[in-house]
Design a protein around this ligand. Structure first.
Ligand SMILES: Cc1cc2nc3c(=O)[nH]c(=O)nc-3n(C[C@H](O)[C@H](O)[C@H](O)COP(=O)(O)OP(=O)(O)OC[C@H]3O[C@@H](n4cnc5c(N)ncnc54)[C@H](O)[C@@H]3O)c2cc1C
Length: 450
């Protein structure tokens, strides 16, 4: 029986466990170490003001095949986000220094019309076509994962899908070369990426296109998991027979070279913060090195693993009513439910939007994303006409800083040691991370099978 350790129970760790379950089944004993009290990682929820809500990865996309397989396996159900929180139609707005140039109902048709009016047909079409083409090409990853051995690096994977070029340049440069006008690039696209990644068009162009497709621009529909996104991973891992070791932060992974009985060159020891250690045939690291706080040693020497920087994001939840004057609107005018915020808007935050309804206060709950900035009381008092309650959740590393042309970590860090989050420094989403974990697990299974 092969013993495999997975370190980290987020989407990447779950994707890895799912692939190992499919490819090795009863031939392997999988133990998953998770630092937190439950699996899910950045798919995390809480209850605030009487409302259950996701504070990390919220929306799944219907084209995600690994998610779909896990849902079929566990019987997890989709819950489609409500289009009406308090009986009124929800609205979206794009906020720029000129106010709300786009303010539409939450339907793809109304949004498309609103955006077309503001930016013109050619620019809107160019961007939409690129997002659709990217999504079509990206979907090829599933067939390739079925047909071939694991990819060695993120560049190899995106290269084979014909998507490498946009990973090497910034979204700003990409749209400029495409002849997209500034209104589309900065008032619309960048406002969406602020909401998605808390970063602007300096990010790599592929991440930007993934974000646009994830927002629904390339078709499909968006949903959350009924009962909480993290429960999908929890149910799948338990049903697949994975041994869950929650509240067990890993501090060190030690590789020792010496061929074992099966001729594998390394054996592994996983040491946890409580002083315990366990032996494994292979290890899958499913946590970003910048956030994992663990050391990797090979034969007594530290393995240099580049820790790409991550973006801190502060999530401020507010039960209350927006102040129209703050957004340059006359008193009493209805306010949009979600405000995608362009860099030109005079705001200390990246986006603000309705995230739920508080039965306790009979009022909307708004979620504010601000990158590396704690909203001050004075700022909140200006943005809201009424505040009933607030809660802050800080993500020390919400997303990697999506710099174009990075040298990404490979899927294999050492023979027998695999890295499940490798794709994230190009583009991150729950499904992309599950794919990334699945690819790392394929490499691991191949190693174990010799
Ligand atoms: C605010 C926010 C909103 C988002 N919205 C969306 C969205 O709507 N749709 C979408 O698809 N994506 C969204 N994302 C992105 C998505 O949530 C992430 O890409 C994905 O969840 C990352 O999964 P992961 O497994 O790579 O990493 P993580 O989820 O971070 O998992 C890593 C796990 O490893 C554990 N860990 C770390 N170190 C150790 C250690 N030393 N020992 C043991 N365990 C350890 C951590 O506790 C964690 O559980 C959002 C992210 C954020 C932060």
């Amino acid at each position: 029986m092969r013993r495999i350790a997975i370190i980290g129970g987020g989407a990447a760790g779950a994707g890895a466990a799912w692939e190992l379950h499919k490819s090795l089944g009863g031939e392997a004993r999988i133990s998953l170490f998770e630092r937190a009290e439950h699996v899910g990682g950045r798919a995390w929820d809480l209850t605030f003001a009487g409302c259950h809500m996701e504070v990390g990865g919220v929306l799944f996309h219907s084209t995600g095949q690994i998610t779909k397989q896990m849902m079929e396996f566990t019987g997890a159900r989709e819950a489609v986000p409500s289009l009406s929180i308090d009986g009124k139609k929800e609205t979206y707005a794009f906020w720029t220094k000129a106010g709300f140039p786009v303010l539409t109902r939450v339907s793809l048709a109304s949004m498309a019309l609103g955006i077309l009016k503001h930016v013109g047909v050619p620019s809107a079409l160019k961007v939409t076509r690129r997002a659709i083409k990217m999504a079509e090409r990206y979907e090829g990853v599933y067939q390739r994962l079925r047909e071939r051995a694991a990819f060695a690096t993120p560049d190899e994977l995106f290269g084979e899908l014909g998507l490498l070029e946009p990973t090497k340049i910034s979204a700003a440069e990409y749209f400029k070369r495409l002849g997209v006008n500034d209104r589309m690039a900065y008032d619309v696209v960048e406002a969406i990426t602020h909401n998605m990644y808390n970063q602007g068009l300096e990010m790599n162009a592929l991440a930007c296109l993934v974000g646009l497709a994830g927002a629904g621009l390339a078709g499909g529909h968006l949903f959350v998991i009924d009962g909480g996104n993290w429960t999908l991973f929890d149910k799948m891992l338990r049903k697949a027979g994975v041994e869950l070791r929650v509240n067990r932060p890993v501090r060190r992974v030690v590789a020792t070279s010496a061929a074992d009985a099966a001729g594998r060159p390394f054996s592994y020891q996983v040491q946890t913060a409580d002083g315990r250690s366990d032996d494994f045939d292979a290890v899958i690291l499913a946590a970003p090195p910048a956030l994992a706080d663990l050391a990797v040693e090979v034969d007594g020497r530290a393995l240099p693993v580049v820790a790409h920087p991550y973006q801190k994001v502060v999530t401020t939840l507010v039960v209350g009513e927006l102040n129209p004057a703050y957004f340059g609107r006359s008193p009493g005018r209805p306010m949009p439910s979600t405000i995608f915020t362009a860099s030109s808007a005079p705001a200390p935050f990246k986006s603000i939007g309705t995230t739920g309804w508080s039965p306790e206060f009979d009022s909307r709950i708004y979620k504010i994303f601000s990158a590396d900035h704690h909203m001050t009381e004075a700022e909140l008092a200006a943005i809201f006409a009424k505040i009933h309650d607030t809660r802050v959740h800080t993500w020390p590393g919400a997303y990697p800083v999506l710099t174009p042309g990075l040298e990404h970590l490979p899927f294999e860090l050492n023979p027998g040691l695999y890295f499940a989050n490798a794709l994230e420094t190009i583009a991150g989403s729950i499904e992309v991370e599950a794919v990334s974990g699945a690819n790392a697990a394929k490499a691991c299974a191949r190693y174990l099978k010799g």
